[in-house]
Design a protein around this ligand. Sequence first.
Ligand SMILES: *[C@@H]1O[C@H](CO)[C@@H](O)[C@H](O)[C@H]1NC(C)=O
Ligand SMILES: *[C@@H]1O[C@H](CO)[C@@H](O)[C@H](O)[C@H]1NC(C)=O
Length: 270
Amino acid sequence: MEAVFGLLLMLLGVSHGVETYCDGRQDGAQCYGALGGAVVLQLMDDASEIPRYEWRKGASVILSGRKNNIVTNTIKIRSTFIPSNGTLKINNLSRTDSGEYTLRLFNLNGRETGERTLKLSVEAPVSSVQLVSECLSQGQIWVSCSFEAVDSPKYMWTLDGHTLTDTELLSGSNETNIITLKQHVSGRLVCSVRNHISSVSKELMISVCRDHSLLTCGLLSVAAVVSFVGIGVYFKWKKIKYEKAEESAAPRRTEKSEDSSVTELRSLSD
Ligand SMILES: *[C@@H]1O[C@H](CO)[C@@H](O)[C@H](O)[C@H]1NC(C)=O
Ligand SMILES: *[C@@H]1O[C@H](CO)[C@@H](O)[C@H](O)[C@H]1NC(C)=O
């Protein structure tokens, strides 16, 4: 739940550093912070009601106080503790901040009245996801979803808003970063990568790979048509040339026939 809430807070979007929130008032709380970002830890309700408190990491005291007075804060440079609502905000988180912390509460007599632990995990947020697809020989589509340094990444794929089904997947699954889609698959493919502190998605329009072979087919037919037309034009040209040659030969024959008809007429008149 904390993680989800943290994620929501993060999505509300600080562009510079990721800020997460975690309720550490329950013993054993698991909190997540973003590397270089900030975490707001709710350690208690109202410190002004607590005679003495101490927050340790292992043997070292990080924070201690008496009611509204902060006695120790060893990470003062990058943190703020607000006694009135018991929240500690730690900025510029590093991996060394990860670990188990223990809060101990004492009464006026110095007796311990309560103790609870909190586990903080500092993770690198997801950044620059890349989505690449490639058509395979049989028309299947190979898709890879990659990203830079991420701790405990979880993937999710959707196609036109629904999770990928076995009828669409040839290899890989909804939880792997490389998948192969079957031949007929097309649509808006989204790869989401998330961890406890951030989430990034990238989308890609997938078109049927057969389109490529169709295109090749189309180009081939165009080429065929062009060459047929070419052959046609050549023969037409040859024919015209032949006819022209015939035309130039034809008049003489006509003259001859005229002559012969004249002869015939003459012979008739004779
Ligand atoms: C605690 O108090 C501070 C200062 O008034 C405020 O900024 C912060 O939002 C409060 N946090 C919670 C969890 O109430
Ligand atoms: C954050 O912490 C790192 C070391 O962990 C330090 O080098 C850097 O200067 C700090 N940045 C800020 C803004 O305090």
